[in-house]
Design a protein around this ligand. Structure first.
Ligand code: SF4
Length: 217
């Protein structure tokens, strides 16, 4: 059940962050719940677009992939690959899609976006390639400044994500055992790349949807 005081606090916070994002040339939107976030995503994607995704618990939780499949969008989905080779090919192909959906690991109040990646495909698509990026992000990922956003991404989001990935492919990174980052140099580290996105260039290429519900981690 939603706590109205937390909801109101997050609403005003999100609106300030949206103003900060717009000043940095992002297109940014506030959605009060998952339903309105999915409606906004559909509004932003043209029916002719080829769509792809970065790995994201937030996207899984809002159910947007199934909605796009049900509506008949053309989708590049590496999770449908039947072999490692096909997965690699689809991952590369997704870098030239029309619209790439993902989440963020943290956003600072002044509108800077932090993402950590193991292979780098997700941050690569964010930097360059897809014509449009749509980032869906819960208000619980907003941090007071860039340092706190990086700390959140490294010491909170990454260890949980490492544990999630470990449940599929064994990783054995130290953060799985201890719950915070040990700055590992492991071959299986999910933190090869740490990206700070401080502007959208071209203007409006990166769209950020802030959702006033707790999503992802
Ligand atoms: S211990 Fe390694 S994999 Fe885990 S959060 Fe730190 S750098 Fe990433």
């Amino acid at each position: 059940m939603k706590n109205e005081f937390i909801f109101k606090r997050n609403e005003v916070l999100a609106k300030d962050v949206i103003d900060a994002l717009i000043k940095r040339n992002f297109d940014a939107f506030y959605c009060e719940d998952i339903k309105s976030a999915n409606e906004k995503i559909l509004e932003l994607i043209s029916k002719e677009d080829v769509v792809s995704f970065g790995g994201s618990t937030t996207l899984d939780e809002i159910g947007i992939k199934n909605i796009l499949y049900d509506k008949g969008y053309k989708i590049i989905d590496r999770d449908k690959a039947k072999s490692t080779r096909e997965k690699q090919e689809l991952t590369i192909k997704s870098l030239s899609c029309d619209t790439f959906l993902m989440s963020a690991n943290a956003i600072s109040k002044d509108g800077q976006i932090v993402n950590i990646d193991g292979l780098g495909n997700r941050v690569a698509a964010l930097c360059f390639g897809p014509k449009k990026v749509i980032m869906v992000c819960s208000v619980n990922k907003i941090e007071s400044d860039l340092d706190c956003a990086i700390k959140r991404a490294r010491n909170y989001a990454a260890p949980i994500n490492a544990k999630r990935i470990d449940s599929i492919n064994q990783m054995n990174t130290p953060c799985i055992l201890k719950g915070s980052c040990f700055d590992c140099k492991s071959e299986t580290s999910i933190c090869s790349q740490i990206l700070i996105t401080r502007l959208s260039r071209p203007k409006g290429r990166i769209n950020v949807i802030l959702v006033n519900e707790e999503l992802g981690f």
